[in-house]
Design a protein around this ligand. Structure first.
Ligand SMILES: Cc1ncc(COP(=O)(O)O)c(C=O)c1O
Length: 385
């Protein structure tokens, strides 16, 4: 498997040995349920699972603030907020046209209950003017939901400034951090958001584990009710536990949570700033190289502006479909890239890209040599277009 060049980390990342080991250690050494037993193994499992929540909170600078809940993924985290807030007819949700379907469809569903949806479009490079948000966020706006880093164009949104507008208008801010948290330092305190959502599988962790951080969990009704989340049951009523347990009814993904904890340790040791600088160097080379190829069009910010973007690079080759390019890269050069609409159909329609884009997305394990191999392969492919 590792003979290939893997450039699809925006979809899901690779998993390092220590994470695999942590998952195996749990299954081999101390498999027990959490939040229930008093015996030694149950206590150990509970401790490790609890520690993983603490590590996730520390990772996004949420120590001592709000609650970190484990979910299945970013999609579930967003849906918990969409389903759990007490919406009223006429409430307004503001989002953008650049969002992944996971940060669009949950809000679209609210329209049935009379919630109004305002979708702000980006310019051709995926940039927004703050004035667009100032115009869209108004009294009555209950929630603004934006992705911090686009999974198609690589652009970074000014979420801190958007948070300021939200505060002024009394709106909550949800940040979809699926692409940002794995690749750049993210601080919920610095942004001053109300919700942050991200996925373990995109940041070296196992699949099936995600995170929802909430500043004020009391505003959100848990999606599930059942075992493990209950403080007391009296007659026909129940009260729920404080903290994450109230939101994690049923046996959770224990090994996934523990594995995520190890992934966060791993990322912490390498350093997210270091990862960001490494990706920036690779991205500069990739964009610079692609810009020189005749017949290749970069979709999103080009080489002129690598500071305000992440390591997600979309492009197209004239005369070839994105899927054709991806197949050629696989067959000719063992390079794995994504192609298609990247779960962003509204953005693709806005940009007039019926077949989507080819997307190379980078992470800490990619090398300059791999980028050069991609560029060499693209040089050949572009000649066929
Ligand atoms: C920006 C963004 N939001 C949400 C998601 C959904 O993540 P998941 O599939 O882990 O729920 C993705 C996945 O690619 C994404 O890129």
């Amino acid at each position: 498997m590792r003979e290939v060049i893997y450039l699809d980390s925006a979809s899901t990342s690779l998993t390092p040995e220590p994470v695999l080991q942590a998952v195996l250690d749990y299954y081999r050494g101390y498999k027990a349920n959490v939040g229930r037993g008093v015996y030694r193994l149950a206590q150990l499992a509970d401790q490790r699972y609890r520690d993983a929540h603490r590590k996730a909170a520390d990772f996004v600078d949420a120590k001592g603030e709000g609650a970190v809940v484990f979910t299945r993924n970013t999609t579930e985290s967003i849906n918990i907020v969409a389903r759990g807030l007490d919406w009223k007819k006429g409430d307004r949700v503001v989002t953008t046209l650049m969002e992944h379907h996971s940060n669009l469809l949950p809000w679209m569903r609210l329209k049935k209950g009379g919630v109004e949806l305002k979708v702000v479009p980006p310019d051709a490079e995926g940039r927004f003017e703050l004035a667009d948000f100032e115009a869209a966020i108004m009294p009555g706006t209950r929630l603004v939901a934006v992705s911090q880093l686009s999974n198609v164009l690589g652009t970074v949104l000014p979420v801190k400034e958007i948070a300021g507008i939200c505060r002024d208008q009394g709106a909550r801010l949800l940040v979809d951090g699926a692409q940002s948290v794995p690749h750049m330092p993210v601080s919920v305190k610095n942004i001053d958001c109300d919700f942050l959502c991200f996925s373990g599988h995109k940041m070296l962790g196992p699949s099936g584990i995600g995170v929802l951080w909430m500043k004020n969990a009391g505003e959100v009704e848990p999606l599930l009710a059942g075992g493990g989340m209950v403080e007391d049951v009296e007659g026909c009523d129940f009260s729920i536990k404080a903290g994450y347990e109230g939101f994690e009814a049923g046996t959770p993904n224990i090994s996934g949570g523990i594995g995520l904890g190890t992934a966060l340790d791993y990322l912490g040791k390498v350093g997210v700033e270091e990862i960001q600088s490494h990706e920036r160097r690779l991205t500069e080379r990739l964009l610079g190289g692609l810009a020189e190829l005749k017949g290749v069009e970069i979709i999103g910010p080009g080489p002129h502006d690598c500071r305000e973007r992440g390591g997600v690079v979309s492009f197209n080759v004239s005369g070839l479909l994105p899927h054709e390019v991806a197949m050629m890269l696989d067959q000719a050069a063992n390079i794995m890239v994504r192609s298609g609409h990247h779960c962003c159909i509204p953005l693709m329609k806005h940009l007039g890209l019926k077949y989507g884009t080819v997307r190379a997305s980078l992470y800490l394990y990619n090398t300059m040599e791999e980028i050069d191999k991609l560029l060499a392969a693209m040089e050949q492919i572009a000649k066929m277009g």
